[in-house]
Ligand binder design. Sequence first.
Ligand SMILES: NC(=O)c1ccc[n+]([C@@H]2O[C@H](COP(=O)([O-])OP(=O)(O)OC[C@H]3O[C@@H](n4cnc5c(N)ncnc54)[C@H](O)[C@@H]3O)[C@@H](O)[C@H]2O)c1
Length: 247
Amino acid sequence: MISFDGRVAIVTGGAQGIGAAIAKGLGKHGATVVIADINGDGGAEVAASIGNGAFAIETDVGDLDQIAKLHSEVIERAGKIDILINNAAIIPPQLTWEEIDHAEWQRLMRVNLDAVFFMCQTSAKHMRERGYGRIVNICSNTVIWGTPGLAHYVAAKGGVLALTRALATELGPYDITINSVSPGMTASEGILNSDWVEFFDFVEPTQAFKGRGTPEDIAPSVLFLASENARWVTGSMLNTDGGAARW
Ligand SMILES: NC(=O)c1ccc[n+]([C@@H]2O[C@H](COP(=O)([O-])OP(=O)(O)OC[C@H]3O[C@@H](n4cnc5c(N)ncnc54)[C@H](O)[C@@H]3O)[C@@H](O)[C@H]2O)c1
């Protein structure tokens, strides 16, 4: 039985999609959830639906000042940070790798990789003081596929995977675990409203299971890694893609 009673959890990008499903799951099992999303109204709506003291702080996680402000506000309002879920990311439109210019590369890296590093660094400072922490970074099974049409996204997620491994070594001595979860194509708002939606036709036949993965299919793996039950798991990647990508 999973319980997050008394735990405080930050979920980035929790206003919709996979992040919202994770936030709701954490709240349902007792956590005080803080939604940090650039979409402040969407975050507030999800927080209201969770109850249990959940609140939202409008945050662009790609901005270091906003990361600092987010953390001081969470400490002020909730007293501590036990769990960090780095879920926010830009899902870019399909682009050949020759079409990705420097501005597009930087736009994506700022949110999909830089933000993960600096969110970990800032949250871990508070976690270290208390000798407890659970960090889960949302990666992607595109790091295994090498999916065409989003080379910068795949590179950023590869960075998230490697960063997770590196920080497992750094944070282990403080009883802080850090792991990643790699969804496959999942029917989130971000995907359903993008040109990636047509990609389901390609991905579904590659899966071991039939049908489209949903945000609710991803959240339980994240909850496990964020729980006390995962005490002996760190630096790992859990593939949550219906058995599509094979190492
Ligand atoms: N849906 C998929 O098929 C899929 C597959 C593999 C990995 N993922 C990963 O799962 C995670 C969630 O994806 P999703 O499909 O739910 O996406 P989504 O687009 O539905 O939701 C992303 C959320 O992140 C927020 N966000 C974007 N930029 C932000 C910023 N700068 N600061 C704060 N919040 C920001 C958005 O407002 C939105 O609420 C992402 O890390 C994504 O890369 C998704």
